[in-house]
Design a protein around this ligand. Structure first.
Ligand code: FES
Length: 106
């Protein structure tokens, strides 16, 4: 298990014992007030948007072009911190990762 901390849509910090080999989205979507992930991880909905803690940005694999395209339309897009949680693979190197679930777009 890989310990992560997720700040949910209500601002509560939730500790998650994540499974390596699954995406971040697959590990956090079951939490209350978390990501919706309505496309199931196909990089086509952006409802799995999270904001990555600044200390962790450079430790993640960079965004692919398709991921950025999906994110830029969001009102809460942050060029430095926004990621699609379905595009982040959880590995043991992510122990301690902190992310915040992005607010819903109206
Ligand atoms: S789940 Fe739809 S883009 Fe990530």
């Amino acid at each position: 298990m890989v310990k992560l901390v997720v700040t949910d849509k209500d601002g509560r910090d939730v500790e998650v014992d994540a499974r390596a080999g699954l995406s971040l989205m697959e590990n956090i979507r079951q939490l209350p007030r978390s990501v919706e992930a309505i496309c199931g991880g196909l990089c086509s909905c952006a409802t799995c948007h999270v904001l990555v803690d600044p200390d962790w940005i450079t430790r993640l694999a960079p965004r692919r072009y398709e991921e950025r395209l999906m994110l830029v339309g969001s009102r809460s897009f942050d060029a430095a911190r926004s990621r699609l949680s379905c595009q982040i693979n959880v590995t043991k190197e992510l122990e301690g990762l902190r992310v915040t679930v992005a607010p819903d777009d109206p």
